[in-house]
Ligand binder design. Structure first.
Ligand SMILES: Nc1ncnc2c1ncn2[C@@H]1O[C@H](COP(=O)(O)OP(=O)(O)OP(=O)(O)O)[C@@H](O)[C@H]1O
Ligand SMILES: [Mg+2]
Length: 467
């Protein structure tokens, strides 16, 4: 950000309540042209609420306060641009004038609202907004819209794919991309909209550190090149420090601190020092993996060796970590252990009592004997949207206990995954939609633990949670 840069967005004392509780309280900040503002805070702090408010999503209309956007507006064609004084319109070449727009004071159907909305790019937590069946380049064409002529479309698409380092994946089907590649494709699609403001809500939460760094760098580059502004949230100090010019620490909807990223994130981390480690005597082997292989065949990529000759044991009470880059085969290996996929070669067995169950044998006499004791939390979990959290933890997953007992068990499990008693009271009869991403993830973990499994497989369980 240049010294003394122009104010672009002014957030004035905004507050927002949901169900009588403040989720944002008296937040004020100014975002300057070209600035990257970082938001750090624990799960449920209000980061996503603020992002959605800046985006202009009606459900997140502030209860008090205002959000002022300063735009250059073309008197002739109505085109919007960043508020650089004296600039001519990029569309028709005529004069522009800086206007201050009080977004939430605009009529719901004021065309200006739509016009602003269209120039705000957004990358969300955990969702890959792509057309899965289309190729990468078709996804970019789609984002460029129908008005551009074909030659220009191809040039611009290749330029965007270069920018996000996806030039080697042009004809890949989007569904087959790795997580980091998908997120970069989303980024290219968003940049295609020629945004003035970029909102990135935990854009790299589910990516490995190396891939995440690459996405971060690409984001920063894109912002710097266009002169727009960006607001980015993350739980990770490193990500905020690397990207942001200034940072805000939010806690329970309140602004604890605003300032240089290193100072803000350092204060945020106080009290997060890791627990003292405890030695545990591990027990007998529980999982045995012998030279396991799993190959997939795909038209576009040929033979994909997702898991290739892996051997190890896991003992009782032992926690095994599978580490690897995006696409290294962690999920596939987890699925082999859980009996959701079968080995192409080699053997995976799980011990039940004194028997070893071969996980490649189907049916209740085969792996079915083990699967009932295996709990698995998927990287891409979903909760039942039309049922309350209590129902999600009981009837929805086939737990048939007397109602009072089921409720007690649900409460205990929620406490065990880190909710406080007050939070449990708030969410027990709430619907998943109203929870923050990290809160949903902990409910999904509770869904696994409430069945008292003997073996738990967690596929990236904390990708989107605070430290
Ligand atoms: N549409 C909604 N209706 C009701 N409550 C909501 C809604 N959206 C968010 N909340 C509540 O607002 C609070 C803040 O949520 P928010 O999603 O902003 O958290 P966050 O800081 O983004 O957390 P995370 O890191 O887990 O994503 C939470 O308590 C959440 O339950
Ligand atoms: Mg969030």
């Amino acid at each position: 950000m240049a010294e003394g840069a122009e104010a672009f967005i002014v957030i004035n004392n905004v507050s927002k309540k949901f169900g009588g509780n403040y989720v944002l309280r008296d937040i004020s900040a100014t975002i300057h042209l070209g600035e990257i503002l970082g938001l750090i805070g624990r799960s449920g702090a209000g980061k996503s609420v603020l992002i959605n408010m800046l985006r202009g999503t009606e459900e997140y209309r502030p209860d008090a306060g205002s959000v002022i956007y300063r735009f250059n507006t073309c008197n002739t064609c109505g085109h919007l641009d960043l508020p650089f004084p004296g600039r001519k319109c990029g569309k028709c070449g005529k004069d522009m004038e800086v206007q201050e727009i009080d977004f939430w004071a605009l009529d719901k159907d004021d065309p200006l609202r739509g016009a602003i909305h269209r120039r705000i790019a957004i990358m969300l937590q955990r969702t890959f907004a792509l057309f899965g069946d289309m190729s990468v380049i078709e996804n970019i064409f789609e984002a460029l819209g129908p008005d551009m002529d074909d030659h220009k479309k191809i040039d611009r698409s290749l330029e965007l794919l270069n920018m996000v380092n996806l030039q080697h994946r042009v004809t890949h089907i989007a569904r087959d991309l790795s997580g980091g590649e998908k997120q970069r494709c989303v980024l290219a699609r968003q940049l295609a909209r020629d945004p003035l403001l970029f909102l990135a809500d935990e854009p790299t939460g589910t990516l490995d550190p190396q891939t995440a760094d690459m996405v971060h760098e690409t984001l920063v580059k894109a912002v710097r090149e266009s002169g727009m502004a960006m607001v980015v949230t993350s739980h990770w100090p490193k990500a905020i420090n690397m990207m942001a010019d200034r940072a805000i620490w939010l806690e329970s909807g309140e602004m604890m601190k605003i300032g240089p990223p290193e100072e803000v994130t350092k204060e945020f981390m106080v009290g997060f020092e890791p627990n003292i480690e405890k030695e545990v005597d591990v027990g007998q082997p529980l999982i045995r993996i012998e030279n396991a292989k799993r190959y997939f065949y795909s038209y576009a990529r040929g033979v994909v060796k997702a898991v290739d000759g892996v051997t190890f044991d896991v003992n009782e009470k032992e926690i095994i970590g599978l580490v690897g880059l995006s696409g290294a085969g962690k999920t596939t290996l987890s699925r082999l252990i859980a009996g959701l996929n079968v080995v192409s070669d080699g053997k995976v067995s799980v011990r039940v009592g004194d028997d070893w169950v071969d996980m490649s044998v189907p049916g209740p006499e085969g792996r079915g004997r083990a699967t009932q004791y295996i709990g698995i939390l998927h990287q891409e979990f979903t909760l039942y949207p039309f049922d309350t959290i209590l129902q999600n933890l009981t009837v929805c997953i086939g737990i048939n206990l007397p109602a009072e007992l089921a409720k007690m068990k649900a409460i205990q499990t929620l406490l065990a995954v880190g909710f406080t008693r007050t939070q449990v009271d708030r969410i027990l009869y709430a619907y998943p939609d109203t929870l923050s991403v990290g809160e949903k993830q902990r409910v999904a973990l509770a869904q696994v633990l409430i069945r008292e499994p003997r073996l738990v497989i967690l596929d990236e369980p904390t990708g989107t949670m605070d430290p």
